[in-house]
Design a binder for this molecule. Structure first.
Ligand code: G3H
Length: 482
């Protein structure tokens, strides 16, 4: 908020993953550029946030909740007016299909609206007085300080804003760094940020992680770190903070969500859910199904229907009607995925669908790999792309062992009809993952539900109401009544 700087420094070109059909064939296209901040410049942004927060005495943290909400509502009006621009950039920068890009935009607006609703409720309940054992108390919610918010490239708008807005609404000052890809789409919103918030309350930095975020962490001035991305990135950044015990973190990290398909599963529904579960946005969702574990007795019919459904998915450009599979934004991603497939094939698996695993520039056609076994990289490594490993199992205990031994614990899906058996699985998994999905794919939504995970998959809980709690602390004001 407050000012938009004109950039005279080094620029970082942004290349579209969406290959163009030109007379000479497909070619990548530079679609824009972002500033490359130095560490000194990123620290200036941080110092602006520290000044705006002013140890909790700044204009923003001391503002009445209702007034803060008004600022955010003004931002929402301006944001709605930028829908077309942002949706177009989502398609161009990360290759998300038009319906999914529109959904991401609308869902983000809804998330902010719901967060405002939840804040009103929180404010109402937390201003109540409670009396117990001769003590009268009021529990107040206070902001934490300076928040650093970073989201991933697969939801560059939604997931960044899912931490940014709760942080703001609770009275924190924020520095946020747009995702690695999906950076240009913040541009249409910059004026709205400037016009709707007091100076220094929100600061946006662009550039390479090391120079920018690294410097912020090393300064020790970040009070809360909200990050949705890889475990490696999160640990490296957290380690840089000189006083890690003073840094609060809320993290959404890697996952390897399995679908467990029992022999009495409704195959039609299972295939439908597993298709969207594994391949929506080309499998680039933290909640995607990343391993299908199928009971041996039904693996034949399941694979037949599943591969047929994969073969029906239409590849193309994100804005073309009916397209389900699109180019991948990460340079080198297709080669990485092929490496995973090669490793599995060298150890005895094969690609079982027609056209599976073909690379065409930044496009990689989905590969269904079967049978995957424990020693293959695909059994444990998060592919985050259109490769679908299929494992077989004979006994329930094998599946339970697999889930318990996994480093990850975000979600899983169970497909089957025997409620007693499903109940036993639920009991076994309740302390292993953040969410168990019955006869449906894994997913984060509805966004008002808690979004978390166990083991290496998360730290803290997001969602609408949970995020408000994450970005605040409770202070008790107490007095004796007797
Ligand atoms: O990438 C991780 C997202 O939180 C997944 O959200 O399940 O709504 O696609 P989603």
């Amino acid at each position: 908020g407050g000012e938009l700087r004109t950039w005279a420094g080094e620029l970082n070109p942004v290349q579209s993953p969406v290959f163009m059909k030109t007379p000479r064939g497909p070619e990548p296209k530079v679609i824009g550029a972002t500033p490359l901040l130095t560490s000194r410049e990123s620290l200036e942004a941080l110092h602006a946030a520290v000044k705006a927060y002013d140890h909790g005495r700044g204009v923003w943290p001391t503002m009445r909740v209702a007034e803060r909400i008004e600022h955010v509502e003004r931002f929402l009006v301006a944001m709605r007016a930028q829908r077309t621009a942002v949706v177009n950039l989502l398609m161009w920068e990360i290759g998300k299909t038009q319906p999914d890009s529109e959904k991401e935009f609308d869902r983000t607006i809804d998330l902010i609206v719901e967060t405002i609703r939840a804040l009103k409720e929180l404010d109402r309940t937390s201003s109540r007085f409670v009396q117990e054992q001769g003590v009268m108390a009021q529990i107040r919610r206070a902001p934490i300080g300076v928040a650093l918010c970073m989201g991933p490239y697969n939801y560059p708008l939604n997931e960044t804003f899912s931490t940014l807005f709760p942080a703001l609404l609770m009275g924190n000052a924020v520095v946020f760094k747009p995702a690695k890809f999906g950076v240009l789409l913040i541009r249409p919103l910059l004026e709205a940020f400037r016009d709707c918030f007091p100076p220094g309350v929100i600061n946006i930095i662009y550039g390479r992680g090391r120079e920018t975020v690294g410097a912020l962490m090393e300064s020790g001035l970040v009070d809360i770190f909200a990050f949705i991305g890889t475990n490696r990135g999160a640990s490296e950044l957290k380690r840089m903070h000189p006083r890690p015990h003073r840094l609060k973190a809320v993290l959404g990290l890697d996952a390897k969500n399995p679908a467990i398909i029992l022999e009495d599963a409704d195959l039609e529904n299972t295939v439908k859910e597993c298709i969207t579960g594994t391949l929506s946005f080309n499998g680039q969702r933290c909640t995607a199904l990343k391993l299908l574990m199928v009971h041996r007795s039904i693996v034949g019919p399941f694979l037949e229907r599943f591969t047929a459904a994969v073969e029906r998915l239409k590849p193309g450009m994100p804005w073309e009607p009916g397209v389900a599979l699109t180019p991948l934004p990460e340079p080198g991603k297709a080669a990485y995925l092929q490496g995973l497939v090669d490793d599995a094939v060298a150890k005895g698996a094969r690609v079982v669908n027609r056209e599976g695993g073909r690379t065409n520039h930044s496009f990689y056609s989905p590969a269904v790999v079967y049978p995957v076994t424990g020693e293959m990289r695909l059994a444990s490594e998060e592919q985050f792309g259109p490769v679908i490993p299929v494992m077989v199992f004979d006994h329930d205990e094998e599946v339970i062992r697999f889930v318990v031994d996994s480093h990850f614990g975000q979600q899983l899906s169970l497909f089957g009809r025997d409620s007693a058996r499903i109940g036993r699985f639920i009991d076994a998994f309740a302390n292993q993952v953040g969410r168990i999905n019955l006869n449906c794919q894994c997913q984060r939504g509805p966004d008002t539900f808690p979004f978390n995970g166990r083991k290496d998959s998360a730290e803290g809980t997001l969602s609408v109401a949970d995020a408000l709690r994450v970005f605040s602390i409770r202070t008790l004001v107490a007095a004796k009544t007797t």
